[in-house]
Every structure is written in structure tokens, then in C-alpha cells.
Design a binder for this molecule. Sequence first.
Ligand code: ARG
Length: 278
Amino acid sequence: MRNFPRLLLGALALALPLGHLAALGPPSATAATRVIGGSEVTAADHPWVVAVASREYFGSGRSGQFCGGVLVGRSAVATAAHCFSSEVLGTDVSRVDDLRVVVGRTDLRTDEGREIEVARVWVNPAWDSRTNAGDLAVLTLASPMPAGDVLPMAEKEDPAYAPGTSAGVFGWGDVRGDGSYATTLRKARVSVLEDARCAAAYPGGPAGTYQPESMVCAGLPQGGPDACQGDSGGPLVARGRLVGLVSWGVGCGERDLPGVYTRVGSVRDLIADSGGVS
Ligand code: ARG
């Protein structure tokens, strides 16, 4: 995919039907040992990272994982709105009746941890699929998790948004940008970048338009570590707080094309009002 023209990649970054990729089967064991500039971590050490899954639509090989998510309340998982689009699901979200949140499972090939039923799916009605602004969904769990597993959200004007702040992004997504999905949880270390850099990278294109009020971007100026397809909805964490949700980008880890995240400090009221946080 790296050889695809940029424009096409841009369109793919969002429109990629993950179900079709899942049909390629689990990636090789070696693919999971190194990620786009990251390394393996355990779910036990990061209990707030969850996988959003449907075995029926994405196959059981990787527990049905198709997006990431993060526990923001005992029964509330924040994730990305675009995860529930028909482009990703291949169907309407109302038809996915085995939607689960997988907790405490480092390796998706195992039955470690638990698969929790989703009682309610709230997809931000204000999500704009053209710019990607407001890329947020909240899942309500049928049974609550321990309070200690919840990750606090960043405030609106959180110091963690200062450019240069070190942050970690977590997920089971593509490790090379070529459809090699990870089987074990990994983390890449990135930096929060200046809004000007992201605005210059994404002035408006098929993948989205950078909007500093509702987005934050992260990466390294020279490229390298980044989130990728399948990581969407997963957490970007800085100073022990949730600062972003993996949303979009053009390609993965490419120089001057940073990863773009839903700015949690801007949507925390929306998350609270969604009715999913108890
Ligand atoms: N939209 C992708 C997904 O559905 C996430 C892309 C993130 N890309 C990036 N370069 N950070 O999984």
C-alpha cells in the first residue's frame, strides 16, 4: 500500500473496508513483534485500552477486533464514530448484533480477559465524514468495570496539549501499513505536534481537514511511529490522561503526514452528555 499514490491512500485511510482486510487472515507471528515505531505492551498494565469487536463481521481469529477504544467511565467506552460507518462495518450498525468490548486481552488469539456485551451505541450525530470533525462514539457496557480501570480525560485547556508533550498511542492495528494486523497490543511513542504543522499537512483533502478546535495531531516531525488502520478509536495518552482518540491520517508514519486524533478535551462534555458515562 505504501506504493499507492498519496491521494488514493488518503481515500483508503477512511474508506478501507476493514472486513475485507480481516478476510486476509491473521498476520504472521513476526509481524506482531515490531510495529510502526512501537513495541508490545500488556493489557494488564493498561487496563483502560479495549478492543471493539464483532466476531460475526470480522472473524474470530483476532477476537473480531476492528477498532480500539478506551474506558472513560465504569460502563463507558469512548471510540471513533467512523468505526460504525457502513464503510467500515460493511453494513448498518443496527445489524451488528454481536458487538463486544474486549477487555484485559493482550493477545487477541487467546481468551484472556473478558468480552463484554454492549448495551448501547451512541454515535456522535455531529460527526462530519468529510472533514472528520467530531469523530466520537460512546459504547455503554452491559456490566461495569472496576473504577480503577478508568482513564481520566484531559481538560479543555490541558497542559498535555502543549506541542512537544510525549504521548503514547495504543492499539492492535496495522503494524506496517500494508494490512498486517497485530495480534498483540502495542504502543508507539509520539509527540503532540503544533496545530500549524497539522493544518499545513491537511488543509483539506479526501481523508479530512485538520481542525484545531476538535482535533489534535501527533507523530514525529520526521515520521516513523504512528497509529494505522485498525487502531481507530484507541487512546492517545499523555501525562496520565486521555488526550486523543485515533481518528485519521494519510498513510501511516510518513514524514509530514502526522496522525490526527479526536481532541478529547473538546469533546469531554459531549461524552458526559452522551448518557453512557455513569
Ligand atoms: N482511520 C483509521 C482506522 O480506521 C485510523 C488511521 C490512523 N492513521 C494514522 N496515520 N494515524 O483505523
